[in-house]
Design a protein around this ligand. Structure first.
Ligand SMILES: [Zn+2]
Length: 463
């Protein structure tokens, strides 16, 4: 059905103006002041956006939905995760394909894709994790890139499970450079963490409050420096995921200063939560265990200012939903066994609006840039996604900036059994959300079609 979004204040990464947006089929067909509805087909649906903001659909460039991890599986599937994403204004997800070291990469790609196909209500694509890079699997990665996955993910953390040896990291980054593929990286020194964990556990320090001290900022900065050294030698474009602290941001910026093509991702939990949440008694802190861990509060200003100055390109979530009652408790005896993750796929944009824009830390333009446009640009989706332009996909968010509420598990669509932001005040919400011209959310409720989401094949753009 054709769709007219009338009289909204259109806010993109660079623009801010009032206009009507007419969507025909799956794309934006006209953007004009005062489109006369009589000039449109009679079945056109009209959404009155007076007094509201109209954003390009938000993109979360770092999520986990299907995720085997530490002997269990994250609880969401694409049905629940896409409804949660859409309720928060996110219309495109980039999920990490995370196979184990024994798994066949191509089979992993097909498995992850099959988990999304038919269940996704948002558009989706992937970063391909490279957790081993022996000769026998190398050609498979070329094939995966050809199939439309134009970004790799590597782990410098998780010793003995996911982390690549330096030999394989070098070879993988060399292939990425050759193919024009950007390498996203979890930057923490795996051996240092392993040693620190053993020391803490041996000293009887087993609670979730010791997760943070086992991987302090210096361990992350070391990882960023290491990645950037290889990028400097090889020329690969790199992207540091969930960059959490001043030390790590500085390491990336120092590399950028030397000419390394490095981009920085932050995630919403690090912007608004600090380590005291992971230090709560009675194992409550386990809800707040993620890696890199929540940091001292002083780091939040560094991250907000990094986003504001656009030194930090993106705000993602690293959504990894593990239920407290059945899964986080696996780590009661040792913090090293707590599944990592702070589910935020639904809350991200509202958190950034409430605690960033409404508190004067960010402009609306910067919010859109960090939560949508930069991800589209970096990962080969622009201007199909991340823009409000004639010809772009009609992924639009009509946002009510004056709506007031609270974050709560009760209004969450994720299957996870807690909300990390329970009871926090929320300002603003997505009133209407469209994916390629079809309304998927209205009045905060999911009214869309499960399975409508499409796989977005991407060309390498980092050649
Ligand atoms: Zn992650």
């Amino acid at each position: 059905m054709p769709l007219l979004i009338s009289n909204g204040r259109i806010v993109t990464a660079t623009d801010d103006y009032v206009a009507d947006v007419y969507c025909r089929g799956e794309t934006i067909a006209r953007i004009e002041q005062a489109i006369d509805p009589r000039s449109l087909p009679p079945d056109t649906e009209i959404v009155d956006a007076s007094g509201k903001l109209v954003f390009p659909g938000f993109i979360d460039p770092h999520v986990h939905i299907y995720l085997p991890f530490m002997g269990t599986y994250a609880v969401d599937d694409y049905e629940s995760a896409s409804q949660a994403a859409l309720a928060g204004g996110t219309t495109t997800l980039i999920e990490m394909i995370c196979p184990g070291p024994q798994d066949d990469p191509w089979e992993a790609f097909e498995l992850w894709k099959s988990k999304a196909t038919g269940l996704a209500a948002v558009d989706f694509t992937f970063h391909m994790s490279v957790v081993r890079f022996e000769d026998d699997v190398r050609e498979q990665f070329r094939k995966i890139v050809k199939a439309g996955v134009a970004s790799f993910k590597v782990f410098l953390a998780y010793k003995g499970a996911l982390n690549l040896s330096d030999e394989h990291l070098f070879a993988c980054m060399t292939m990425a450079r050759e193919l024009g593929v950007i390498v996203t990286a979890h930057c923490e020194n795996a051996d240092a963490i392993d040693a620190m964990q053993k020391l803490l556990l041996a000293a009887g320090k087993t609670g979730p409050e010791w997760h943070g001290p086992s991987r302090p900022p210096t361990v992350e900065a070391d990882g960023v420096h290491h990645l950037c050294s290889f990028a400097e030698l090889i020329g690969t474009h790199v992207y540091t995921v969930h960059t959490s602290c001043d030390e790590a941001v500085r390491a990336a910026l120092a590399a950028r200063h030397r000419g390394v093509n490095v981009w920085i991702e932050s995630v919403a939990p690090h912007l608004v939560l600090d380590r005291t949440y992971a230090e709560q008694p009675d194992f409550e802190g386990a809800k707040y265990v993620m890696s890199p861990p929540l940091r001292d509060r002083a780091n939040q200003a560094v991250l907000w200012n990094g986003v504001k100055s656009r030194a930090i390109s993106t705000v993602a979530t690293d959504h990894a939903p593990f239920s407290f009652g059945t899964q986080k408790v696996m780590g009661r005896e040792a913090f090293t066994k707590i599944p990592n993750g702070i589910p935020t796929i639904q809350e991200r944009v509202d958190l950034i609006h409430t605690y960033g824009v409404c508190e004067g830390r960010l402009t609306l333009n910067t919010m859109v840039d960090a939560c949508s446009t930069q991800a589209a640009r970096l990962f080969g989706l622009y201007p199909k996604k991340g823009a409000i332009r004639v010809g772009s996909d009609a992924d639009l968010v009509v946002y009510d900036p004056d709506e007031r509420g609270t974050f709560s598990r009760k209004t969450g669509h994720s299957k996870v059994d807690y909300c990390a932001y329970e009871g926090w005040k929320r300002r603003g919400c997505a009133a209407v959300v469209t994916v390629r011209g079809q309304v998927q959310v209205r009045g905060g409720k999911f009214v869309g079609t499960i399975g409508r989401g499409q796989f977005l094949a991407r060309e390498p753009t980092h050649g």
